[in-house]
Write a protein that binds this ligand. Structure first.
Ligand code: GDP
Ligand code: GDP
Length: 433
């Protein structure tokens, strides 16, 4: 999945555009604690091409210098990590010194840059917008984020730079991505697994490297590791490690079948971990939670249970997830981690025969049919698993629109109870029959 970043100084209208392009509830916010800045990630698509959209920055409180420094950082990050950059400027204010600085950075970048002149709400402003040709970034796209005018042309141009959805890998090997916050122990885990220290620090600025799949055979299993954890670029912007790690996670998750979410037992399941978990779930990937550094935790008889309960609470409503307590340091249970990931992979590719599905579920549904809605009775007649890569089920009935979330959850739970979908998000659809 390609990453499109919106950069520009504050107040030009970046978040207005961002909100217009994504489905709001699907955005995640990365609030960097102690820093007055929010970053937003979301999914968008245009003409059938999906991409991840990043609004690289909100506001900075401080002097102009601090301002400038912050914006430079955003732009550097975007240049390094995004595939396409939308540089937004504001026709109301015209070209500012900061715009010029940003343009200077972007001109040197070897990434496609689109200059969006925002707040062009009327024809007079359309005339004013030509001033921005002076930034030397080529074509300008005049838009109004508030009403969406001009954004179609901009997106047409943007998606032309986005490659078509990646071709499917023909080899049917499980693809595992090791994801998690910085310092959770991802590299240590991979090293423990692979048994050698392969990770080199690279210091090549300005190159985006996609995740690379490497084939492994360990503990009798064949699998591919979607390797992004190992890429340790020495960033010029150290404090943005977290941001990098989220971007990496996005890529790695999208390339994987199963995500091994590594968390640091001494830090727990915090907001950042939750974001990564959400990304995996949103992308319908299998998930195994690895509670790492378990060697550091003082344990009694209840520790594991307690910890597990706490994590499941954070995972709601998708709680049917394996949780394994490991230590990359002592190699405790790292075999179990891979074994479980393989199981989750199998669960995700599982196909339930239609007859079995109906034989087991129809009697249960008969016993507890969907509640009547507006005096109408819903009758579920037939169930089938859709021929998709991850588990999706269609329940055919007379009045699909009357089946509400709680009942769908009931159906999902029944599916989970009778067929093992441990670690796998599943979709339940009601269809008209
Ligand atoms: P950001 O700081 O770059 O993310 O900017 P915002 O999206 O928060 O927008 C800053 C201000 O500009 C808000 O008051 C918006 O309502 C306003 N704004 C954004 N887009 C447009 C537009 O197309 N036309 C006009 N007139 N105002 C806009
Ligand atoms: P990454 O950023 O997620 O790849 O994390 P690293 O693998 O670089 O680990 C971060 C730090 O945690 C390093 O100092 C590791 O030695 C340490 N670490 C990783 N796993 C464990 C573990 O299981 N137990 C302990 N005690 N330390 C660990």
């Amino acid at each position: 999945m390609s990453i499109v970043a919106i950069v520009g100084r504050p107040n030009v209208g970046k978040s207005t555009l961002f909100n217009r392009l994504i489905q709001r509830r699907e955005a995640i916010v990365d609030s960097v604690s102690g820093v007055t800045r929010d970053r937003h990630y979301g999914k968008s698509d245009w003409n059938g091409k999906e991409f991840t959209l990043i609004d690289t920055g909100g506001y900075v409180i401080g002097s102009d210098d601090e301002f400038e420094e912050e914006i430079d950082k955003q732009v550097e990050l975007a240049i390094e990590e995004a595939d396409v950059i939308i540089f937004m400027v504001d026709v109301e204010t015209g070209i500012t010194g900061m715009d010029e600085d940003v343009a200077n950075l972007l001109r040197k970048a070897k990434k496609p840059v689109f200059l969006a002149v925002n707040k062009v709400d009327n024809s007079k402003r359309a005339g004013d917008a030509v001033e921005f040709y002076n930034l030397g970034l080529g074509e300008i796209y005049t838009i109004a984020s508030t009403n969406g005018s001009g954004t179609g042309d901009l997106l047409d141009a943007v998606i032309e730079k986005i490659p078509d959805t990646q071709e499917e890998d023909d080899e049917e090997l499980p693809r595992f991505a090791v994801v998690g916050r910085p310092n959770a122990g991802k590299s240590s885990f991979i090293n423990a697994l692979i048994g050698q220290d392969r990770f080199v620090v690279t210091d090549i600025a300005g190159t985006t490297r996609d995740s690379i799949d490497t084939k492994y055979n360990r503990f009798g299993f064949d699998f591919k590791l979607v390797d992004t954890a190992g890429i340790r670029r020495k960033s010029k912007v150290k404090e943005d490690l977290e941001f990098y790690s989220v971007m990496r996670s996005i890529r790695a998750i999208e390339h994987a079948d199963v995500c091994l979410l590594v968390l640091d037992a001494t830090r727990g399941f915090d907001g950042q971990v939750q974001n990564i978990f959400w990304l995996a779930q949103r992308n319908r990937k299998g998930v195994v939670i690895l509670v790492n550094k378990w060697d550091l935790v003082e344990k009694d008889n209840h520790s594991t249970k307690e910890f597990e309960r706490m994590i499941r609470k954070e995972c709601e409503p998708f709680t049917d997830v394996p949780i394994i307590f490991i230590s990359a340091l002592t190699k405790q249970r790292i075999f179990k981690a891979i074994e479980t990931a393989v199981e989750v992979y199998k669960n995700r590719s599982k196909r339930i025969p239609t007859s079995k599905l109906n034989d087991i579920l129809l009697p249960i549904i008969e016993n507890r049919p969907p509640p009547a809605y507006k005096g109408k009775y819903v009758k579920i007649k037939f169930i089938t698993q859709l021929p998709t890569k991850q588990p999706q089920f269609a329940f055919f009935c007379n009045l699909p629109q009357y089946v509400k979330e709680p009942y769908k959850r009931f159906l999902e739970n029944q599916l989970r109870e009778h067929f093992d979908f441990h670690g796998v998000p599943i979709d339940v659809y009601m269809r008209k029959k």
